[in-house]
Every structure is written in C-alpha cells, then in structure tokens.
Design a protein. Structure first.
Length: 273
C-alpha cells in the first residue's frame, strides 16, 4: 500500500466536518472542566464569603486591624466573631424577631424578592436601592457587664459607578459611629475608591449621628466647621475629586440610620440608654 493510500483510509483532518467536530469536542471538554470546578469550589466560596463578612464586621467594629486578617492577640476570626450576638430586626418597626434563622438569612438577597422587601419611592430612595428588605441583621457586642457596647449594621448605597456594600459600627447607645468599612465597591481607585483608605476611614470614629430632633445628620464636607463647634461633631472630610461618591456615602449612612433603615431599632437603643 502506498503512502497516499494509507492517508485516504485515515480521517481527513483538513475537512470542515473534522474541524467542526474537534471545535465542539474541545468546547464540551472545557465546559465540563469549568462546570465541575465551579460546582466543586462552591462550598469553599461560601465559606470564604462568610469569613469575609465576619472580617468586615470585625474591622468596622475595630476588632481587627485594617491591614491584617489576624487579631493582634492571635485570636481566630471565628473566635472574635463569636462575641457578637446576631439579631434579625424588622426594619419598619425595629422589632427584634426571635427564633429567626439568622445564619441562613441574606438581607441583600431578600431585597430582590418582592415578598420579602418593599419598593422605595423616589423621595425615600436617597441611597438608590430600588427595594429595601423588610428584615435585616444587627450584630451586637456586649461588655463584661452585659451592656451593649457596639452595634454593627449592614449598609449599602449607590456611589458613582455602582453600589457600595459595607458595615457601619455604632456605639452601644447608637449615638455615634465607631467605624465604617466597605467590602465591595466599584469607585475609581484614588478618587471615590479612597473610601477604603484607612486614613479616610479613621475619621469615622466618634462621628455624631442624630441631631436634637433625632434626624440622622452625618455630613461629608469639603471644609470642616471650626473644631469644637456643634456642627463639627457630625462631619467627615469629603473624598477629594469624588463629589458623587462622597454624596453616595453620606446618603447611605443617613438612610440606614434613618426611619427607613435601622432608625426604629436604633431609636430604642438611644432612648433606653
Ligand atoms: C476617569 C474618571 C473617574 C472618576 N471617578 C470618580 C469616582 O470614583 N467618584 C466620583 O465621585 N467622581 C469620579 N470622577 C469625577 C466625577 O466625574 C466628577 O467630576 C466629580 O465627582 C466631581 O467632583 P469634585 O467636585 O470634587 O471635583 C471621575 C472622573 C473621571 C474622569
């Protein structure tokens, strides 16, 4: 048999059918590998997501350094987080819902479900959320005497390029902030992205939240009021060159501490202390 006869009996690798077959086969194999990896890695992704949430709550509350995932005294994230009591709160009333499956509850997911959330009208929706969940979570840290020392609430709102997701830590009487941190945001690094700069974040320790009438009054300003003046107590420096992100952060803080956010719940802490 000549070489050309041998070639004819084999598959013609230059034929259109062969090329299409190989392309489909390669796509199929790749998609099986990617799908298998996605399914296999899902549990680990969920563990990492839960760990990330805990780290962000701990960071906002000042229990974890900005630049490390380890506590200075070597305690694990789970150990530190176990100090918090997690409560489900009905936002409209501020009522704590006992026996709620808080470990499985995702307020952001709930906000997408019309049965578990409410629509926000244009005037109400200063944080540009569209919908707001009916129930959310609060994280309470008590001191040795059993008094609430820190309250951490999840917050979110629109900046310039997208929604910023984070946690706001408040004093036990909910009168002032202890820290604010965002774990997910799309603002421009160096401009709006400075929301994650530890130096800017440091200003959030001790900002007064409510004015005399109980209205959330945190203000992000380009030039601060005279130090020691009443207005200065509510102020945080604006992000330079990022007016829209700045406005978004101010709006989201005042939204989530207000009547349509955790206001009814936080009001109980303020009046009971
Ligand atoms: C490439 C680019 C990225 C920007 N990113 C942001 C941003 O992340 N946040 C923001 O508020 N403004 C951002 N801006 C600026 C806004 O478009 C707008 O000019 C600014 O908010 C005005 O702020 P100023 O009054 O402090 O200058 C960006 C502009 C450009 C050109």
């Amino acid at each position: 048999m000549s070489d050309s006869d041998k070639g004819e009996s084999k598959i013609n690798k230059d034929s259109l059918g062969y090329i299409v077959f190989m392309a489909v086969a390669v796509c199929l194999v790749c998609s099986i590998i990617v799908s298998t990896a996605a399914v296999a890695l899902k549990p680990q992704q969920q563990i990492n997501k839960a760990l990330d949430i805990k780290q962000n709550i701990l960071r906002a509350a000042g229990l974890l350094p900005e630049d490390s995932n380890k506590s200075p005294d070597g305690r694990s994230i789970d150990d530190l987080f176990s100090q918090f009591e997690v409560l489900a709160v009905e936002l409209d009333t501020g009522k704590v819902l006992s026996d709620y499956a808080v470990a499985d509850y995702d307020p952001i997911k709930a906000a997408r479900d019309p049965a578990l959330s409410r629509n926000l009208t244009g005037d109400e929706d200063v944080a540009v959320l569209g919908r707001r969940e009916n129930v959310s979570l609060v994280y309470l840290l008590a001191n040795e005497a059993g008094q609430t020392e820190k309250v951490v609430i999840p917050v979110r709102g629109y900046g310039l390029w997208g929604t910023l997701y984070g946690y706001l830590a408040l004093s036990g009487d909910a009168s002032s902030t202890l820290g604010l941190g965002f774990y997910d945001q799309k603002e421009t690094p160096g401009l709006g992205g400075e929301v994650v700069n530890p130096k800017w974040k440091a200003q959030w320790a001790g900002v007064k939240v409510y004015d005399e009438s109980g209205t959330p009054s945190v203000a992000l300003v380009k030039s601060r009021s005279a130090s020691g003046s009443p207005a200065a107590e509510y102020e945080v420096d604006a992000l330079s060159g990022a007016t829209l992100t700045t406005r978004g952060v101010e709006n989201l803080v005042n939204f989530w501490t207000g009547e349509l956010g955790f206001g009814p719940y936080l009001n109980k802490l303020r009046t009971s202390s």
